[in-house]
Design a protein around this ligand. Structure first.
Ligand code: T1G
Length: 704
């Protein structure tokens, strides 16, 4: 078995390299070999110090998450790092790439740290439902202070090497190829100064400036329902009261408690599901055609957002509009989007200026797209308009170019058939704002070739988005399922539930917003248009629930008009209940001859989730989604589903599919929407299977 940790003397300094592709994750074998390397160092009479570094582009990507949920195996990282820290010879970390979770904890246990300025350093454990469990909550506050440590630990957000230097987390920043030499020099210097100081044995860190409880309140507000960050605060508080040994023991206790929570299982499921979504059986191993130039047709909100996303990823963009005024307006929108990135510290002002000067071209002529590698149309949602645009793209695009539509529901097979190159036509369904939302539904049409599919997923990764493959149908994955739980919501309103109780019930599940708050945000006119469009296809059993059309007719379109289901005064983001809505709904119920009844919060939640899961099961059966976890990824990254619940399919498994099926059957007694149960759901329950069983089967066939 090849070594995962090598030990090589450079003069009198041992270079210890962790080489466990693809991210040097700390598996049991890595822990054991790192432990052995530290022992070897302390016994090696030819060595006065050591430098630890990572092979490849990552320093250490953390503990091996695939070991989570399995019985812990010695040696435990906490103990390995205490022995490392107590080594009588200094050990310096040469941080060549991302140092995350246990990776940063290894660096914290060393006696000196040198990093490349561009690397990410962080403790993302709370985003996985756990906490830094190998000394991070004890050493980081001792090194950079309690407040700065709490910010890094409770947000899970990484910092770059240069910020780490300013915080005192790094001793030096050095660029490749000098990084190792800089670390060797630092190791030499510390060795000459005598016995190295163990960070974990420094004085107790101070209390946070505003006390731990103020941090707890902030965390509760920012991640309602999630427990990991709160327990991480408890571990840091222990660091301010206990010495290293007791503090590490408390940290371990809290870590193991979190390891057992359903939230940890859900968050790890989300982590791996996002990566699994990129595994496509028909494109495995295909090298996507390279791309550098993106063409965008349409400079409205979506087109400008897509252009912004591509520009922010370093790609060149040519955007065309129907006339110069519209092209200029698109330019201004993109400039404003990039200014937002500057404000958020994601981009420097000079980078913004150079992007606008060198990377963005606007034009009113299709000929300007003749060199684009990927052309994306984001024009009005009308099949005739799309076909006209694709006819023009087909005429000017270079051979091998990918022609993509951003449509959210139109039939892409029909659009492809209107071109001479259907194999190059694909759907790229961005979510608004396109330069912010991580989800990208990659809609693969019947004739789309694997090469263009592979390129679309490479584009998603390049844009920092999560690509999820979808088949062609009305609404693809997310919006198709949304239309069903929205119908169930409408039926509850007509039968007596208040929109405000429904919003409260859905946010109590952990969603950032309820359906009516979303409706106000997106615009009640959007919902109205969707209802008009779907009316001809409305299932005979669907009841008309057009109460929202009454708001539309009153001109109450939501935030954009300051009034919808809620009233938005200038200084109130949240909005207050619009008192005219309930009387309007009561009139609709009366006209329909409905005697309203009460809906408890629990029943609202069960109906909402049952409708979502039922349609999601149909989406799987129809082959619109490849696997249940892909549906989870769609809802986690595009629809505000609480990440610590893992997505609708993981949630269904955790509730028990038999219970979900019982719910659907019981709701069918008063709501025809539940009359058609998804056959897959009945089949899984009959076979005692879960959606995750389908995920495992899918992974087997895509790990090719
Ligand atoms: N463990 C196991 N597998 C991992 C992994 C990890 N830590 N990180 C990534 N992978 C897999 C991933 O599933 C994918 O597999 C492949 O590696 C490439 O990943 C004790 C307890 C390091 C920034 O949260 O953020 O330490 O799909 O596509 O874009 O306190 O991976 O190819 O089969 O993401 O180059 C904390 C998680 C763990 C970091 C590289 N660490 N990883 O990004 O590659 S908990 C993290 C990342 C912990 C300690 C606690 C990123 C990356 P496949 P990728 P990338």
């Amino acid at each position: 078995m090849s070594a995962l940790v090598t030990y090589q003397l450079r003069g009198s300094i041992a270079v210890v390299t962790i080489d466990n592709p693809p991210v040097n994750a700390i598996s049991q074998k890595v822990r054991a070999e790192l432990d052995a390397a530290v022992t070897r160092l302390s016994e090696d009479t030819n060595a006065v110090a050591a430098v630890i570094t990572g092979a490849g582009k990552v320093f250490i990507g953390g503990a091996d998450i695939s070991e989570f949920g399995k019985p812990p195996q010695a040696p435990f990282l906490t103990e390995v790092l205490t022995r490392l820290e107590d080594c009588p010879k200094p050990i310096v970390a040469a941080i060549n790439g991302a140092a995350l979770g246990g990776g940063l904890e290894v660096a914290l246990a060393t006696h000196g740290r040198v990093a490349v300025s561009s690397v990410s350093l962080g403790l993302p454990e709370v985003t996985l439902g756990v906490l830094p469990g190998a000394g991070g909550t004890q050493r980081l506050p001792r090194l950079i202070g309690t407040d700065a440590a709490l910010d890094i630990i409770t947000t899970g957000k990484p910092v770059k090497g240069d910020t780490a230097l300013a915080l005192g987390l790094m001793d030096e920043v050095s660029e490749q190829p000098d990084l190792l030499d800089a670390a060797l020099r630092l190791a030499e210097k510390i060795a000459q100064a005598g016995a190295p100081q163990a960070t974990g044995l420094r004085a107790l860190p101070a209390q946070p400036a505003n006390g731990f409880d103020s941090i707890r309140s902030k965390v509760k507000a920012s991640a309602p329902g999630q427990v990991s960050a709160l327990k991480a605060i408890d571990a840091v508080e222990a660091a301010t009261k206990l010495g290293r040994t007791e503090g590490l023991a408390e940290e371990r206790r809290l870590f193991l408690e979190l390891m057992e929570t359903p939230q940890r299982a859900a968050l790890i499921h989300a982590f791996f599901s996002e990566r699994k979504a990129a595994h496509q059986p028909d494109v495995a191993g295909l090298m996507p055609e390279p791309f550098t130039e993106i063409g965008v047709v349409g400079g409205g909100t979506m087109g400008a957002g897509i252009a912004t996303a591509a520009l922010s990823a370093g790609l060149t963009v040519t955007l065309i509009e129907r006339d110069q005024a519209a092209a200029d307006k698109a330019f201004e929108t993109i400039s404003g989007n990039l200014a937002g990135a500057v404000k958020r510290g994601k981009l420097s002002e000079e980078a913004r200026q150079s992007i606008l000067a060198e990377k963005l071209t606007t034009s009113t002529s299709y000929d300007a797209l003749s060199t684009s590698d990927i052309l994306i149309e984001a024009v009005f949602e009308s099949m005739d308009v799309k076909k006209q645009v694709f006819a023009q793209l087909d005429a000017v695009a270079k051979p091998g170019a990918t022609l993509a539509t951003n449509t959210s529901y139109l039939d892409i097979n029909e659009i492809a058939a209107s071109t001479t190159r259907p194999q190059g036509v694909i759907g790229l369904h961005f979510f608004s704002p396109a330069h912010v939302m991580r989800l990208l539904e990659v809609v693969v049409a019947e004739k789309t070739s694997p090469a263009h599919t592979a390129r679309a997923f490479a584009l998603a990764k390049r844009l920092g988005k999560i690509g999820v493959r979808a088949g062609v149908c009305d609404g693809f994955i997310g919006n198709r399922i949304l239309s069903h739980y929205k119908t169930a919501t409408d039926h509850m309103v007509m039968d007596g539930a208040s929109p405000y109780d429904i919003d409260a019930a859905v946010t109590a599940l952990g969603f950032a917003m309820g359906p009516f708050q979303v409706s106000d945000l997106a615009g009640i006119d959007i919902g109205h248009a969707a209802r008009q469009r779907r009316k001809p296809f409305r299932h005979a059993l669907e009841r008309s629930a057009d109460y929202a059309d009454r708001l539309f007719e009153n001109g109450w379109l939501g935030r954009k008009t300051g009034r919808g289901f809620y009233i938005y005064d200038t200084n109130s983001q949240k909005g207050r209940i619009n008192p005219d809505v309930l009387p309007l709904i009561e009139a609709e119920r009366k006209a329909a001859g409905i005697k309203p009844r009460h809906f408890s919060m629990e029943e609202i939640q069960r109906r909402y989730m049952a409708a979502m899961i039922n349609e999601a099961a149909r989406v799987l059966t129809d082959g619109i989604a490849q696997r249940p976890s892909d549906i989870d990824v769609v809802f986690l990254s595009g629809y505000g589903f609480p990440r610590w619940r893992g997505g609708p399919m993981h949630f269904a498994d955790s509730q028990g599919l038999a219970k979900v099926l019982d719910d659907i059957r019981s709701f069918a007694s008063d709501d025809a929407h539940f009359w058609s149960v998804a056959p897959l759901l009945e089949e899984l329950v009959a076979n005692g299977q879960t959606f995750n069983d389908l995920n495992k089967a899918s992974t087997k066939d895509t790990n090719s």
